[in-house]
Each structure stands twice: as C-alpha cells, then as structure tokens.
Design a binder for this molecule. Structure first.
Ligand SMILES: NC(=O)c1ccc[n+]([C@@H]2O[C@H](COP(=O)([O-])OP(=O)(O)OC[C@H]3O[C@@H](n4cnc5c(N)ncnc54)[C@H](OP(=O)(O)O)[C@@H]3O)[C@@H](O)[C@H]2O)c1
Length: 339
C-alpha cells in the first residue's frame, strides 16, 4: 500500500523539488499540497513545470485537513513556521520531516541566538532526530520526526566527518569556505537577489556570522566528543543551484599521504550510495546538480588537508535528503526514488 504524503510549502523551491521527486517515487502517493494561497488552485497553475504532469491541487494550510489526508508530512516552510504546527502533527502520531532549521539545534538558546526568536516548542526538540542519513541512519530508522539538515551543514559535515570522528585534527578552528547558488535563499523577493545584481558577480556574505555556524559546530562537536569551532565564510555564486565547500584543516601528525586519506574516506563511507569519493578528479557542481550525491575530494600538503565537497543544495542539501530520510524511516531501500 502506498503511503499518503503531503507537502506543506509545496510552491517553494524545496517544496517543488520534493514534489518532483515524490511524483516519481514508487512507494508513495502525494495526496495534498499546501501553501499560503487564498483559493485552492491546481499546482500546475502555481508552478508551471507541473503543467500536464499532475492534477494535484494546492490549498491554504489547514492542519485538520493535513492530518486527515496524510500519514507522512514534509514541512518545507520558512524557519519559525514549522514550530507552529509540529506539535499538532506529532500529537496526531504522523511521520514528519521538517526541512527548516526549527528543530536542528539541540539547545533552544542557541536557536534564539542564531535565528533571533525564542523557540516556541522546546519540548519537541528532544524528539527530533538530526537527519544526516550517512551518520544517523540507525536512529532515523526508528524515528517518527526528523529535522532535515541545512544545506551548508550537509556539505561541511559530510566532508569533515572522517577526519573529525577519527580525532585526526589539531585543536584549532576549521576553515570552511563555501559557495552557494541563489536557490539557497528560497524564492522570496529581495533586491540583492535580482538577476541584475547576481549575474557576473561573486561575493561573500554573512562573513563568519551565518545562521548555519551553530549547526555545523554542533554536529562536528558531537562527532569529535569535544568542542570544534569553525570559521565559516559563505559566498553567493551566480548560478541557480549547487554548493561547493572548500575546507582547510591541519592534521595532528604527518601520518597521511593523499592515497591513505582517500582510503580512509572510502572506508568511512563504504556503505553509502550517495557519497562519491572522487580520487581521479576535482569535484564540481555539474557532476552533482539534479542528483542526491555528495562528491568529495581530499588532498594533503604536509599536514594541511584540503577537503572539497559538492552537493545540489535543493536535493542532497534539502529535498533529496528529506526523501532519503523518509525511505529510511519507512524501511524502504534508501535510494528508492532517488537514483
Ligand atoms: N533553498 C534551499 O536550498 C534550502 C536548503 C535546505 C533547507 N532549506 C529550508 O527549507 C525551508 C523551505 O525553503 P525554500 O527555499 O523552499 O523556501 P521558499 O522558496 O521561500 O518557500 C517557502 C514555502 O513555504 C510556504 N509558506 C510560507 N508560509 C506559509 C504558511 N504560513 N502556510 C503555508 N505555507 C507557507 C510558501 O508558500 P507561498 O508560495 O504561498 O508563499 C512556499 O511554498 C526553509 O526553512 C529553508 O531554510 C532550504
């Protein structure tokens, strides 16, 4: 029996990507779509890429309607919106994957510092499993509620995990130099995101003050068992999608050559279908865009290791990983609908 799935925030960039994946998923039926629309409208009228592909209608969010029509719910809402409705969805015993940041940070005080607003549902933070599939699959298997990781944290933590988890690094801040395409900001209108501003330009933003810093530090600290500080500089690329992150770390000893490091990474991720260690080529956006892969390259120069990762922010950084989480939660092969 297919599982009845709904998407709240179906007209946004991650919501559209979710619908794209779920329409082709063999184990689910998409039953309901929600946005802020005042009147119910065919999704194909709101998002023209779905023209003649589905007759699904998108309607204004109504929680009792969501609960009656779906067993599994994806929340693709701006942060602060998810925590308004998660308590009701969990009370109704639904499966929930939240793509926003609302339940990713373990400490509500850290949430307030990062997002500038007090958390309204601290009780359910403890119930949320952090959905970085490659690191937390066993917990996700038994979860009903998953906090899907942020796009920058996915790219950074997957690239650093093999070195951090093996305690191979000096105690000094890790430098993460990340570049994202414009869809990372969602579809909201902002003058600085106009084509005329972005095209043929390239610049840093939120230098060492981006809201994803606490999430990356939280996850690296969990892996290491000790505090791991980072220096994080995001940049805006004049492309629609993709994140390329270059990370600079120093080894404790000269114990690794590049081939040895590549072996460490391949062993660490040997069972992971969506991680590709690229030993013969530098990673690039065009190899991963429109896929759920995270490509990683790693090289050592004396004691300095340079790790580079590439993901599609809307797929491995959001909706693809969300479906990977759903597959794991429901006991399907994790690649279902994604390869
Ligand atoms: N973009 C990325 O690369 C990315 C990656 C990882 C995680 N995320 C996270 O995923 C979430 C969604 O991001 P996005 O980029 O898809 O955002 P987006 O393009 O701005 O879309 C937001 C969606 O939420 C809907 N919405 C907003 N308020 C609502 C309400 N009160 N009731 C019902 N629907 C409401 C919007 O509907 P309308 O169309 O009617 O306004 C729209 O469908 C965010 O929390 C974001 O941080 C995004």
């Amino acid at each position: 029996m297919p599982v009845n799935v709904s998407i709240i925030g179906a007209t946004g960039y991650t919501g559209q990507q979710l619908l794209e994946i779920l329409l082709a998923h063999p184990k689910v039926t998409v039953t309901a779509l929600y946005s802020t629309t005042d009147e119910p409208k065919p999704i194909s009228e709101l998002v023209s890429r779905f023209y003649q592909r589905t007759s699904l209608v998108c309607q204004k969010l109504n929680i009792s309607d969501v609960i009656s029509r779906s067993d599994f719910i994806f929340l693709a809402l701006p942060h602060t919106q998810a925590m308004e409705i998660v308590p009701q969805l969990l009370a109704a015993n639904k499966y929930v994957v939240d793509l926003s940041a609302d339940y990713r940070l373990n400490n509500p005080k850290t949430y307030q510092l990062a997002y500038g607003l007090g958390h309204k549902d601290p009780a359910n933070i403890k119930k949320a499993i952090y959905g970085l599939c490659e690191l937390y699959r066993l917990k996700i298997q038994n979860a009903k509620f998953v906090a899907n990781p942020g796009c920058y944290p996915t790219a950074a933590v997957l690239g650093l995990a093999p070195l951090v988890a093996t305690d191979s690094l000096e105690d000094e801040p890790i430098i993460i130099d990340a570049k994202s395409g414009t869809s990372g900001a969602g579809k909201k209108l902002a003058p600085e995101m106009l084509f005329t501003e972005i095209d043929e330009d390239f610049h840093a933003y939120k230098v060492n003050s981006h809201q994803h810093i606490p999430e990356i530090e939280q996850e690296l600290t969990k892996l290491a068992g000790k505090k791991i500080p980072i220096t994080f500089v995001p940049h805006l690329l004049p492309v629609k999608r993709g994140i390329l992150s270059t990370m600079y770390v120093r080894l404790k000893t000269k114990s690794y050559t590049t081939p040895k490091l590549i072996s460490l990474y391949k062993k660490f991720y040997q069972k992971e279908p969506f991680i590709r260690i690229r030993d013969n080529k530098q990673v690039c956006l065009k190899d991963v865009c429109y896929t759920n892969f995270c490509d990683i390259s790693v090289q050592v120069f004396d004691r300095t290791v340079i790790v580079i990762t590439a993901i599609d922010n809307l797929i491995k950084g959001a909706s693809g990983q969300a479906v990977q989480n759903m597959n794991i939660m429901l006991g399907y092969p994790q690649t279902t609908g994604l390869l």
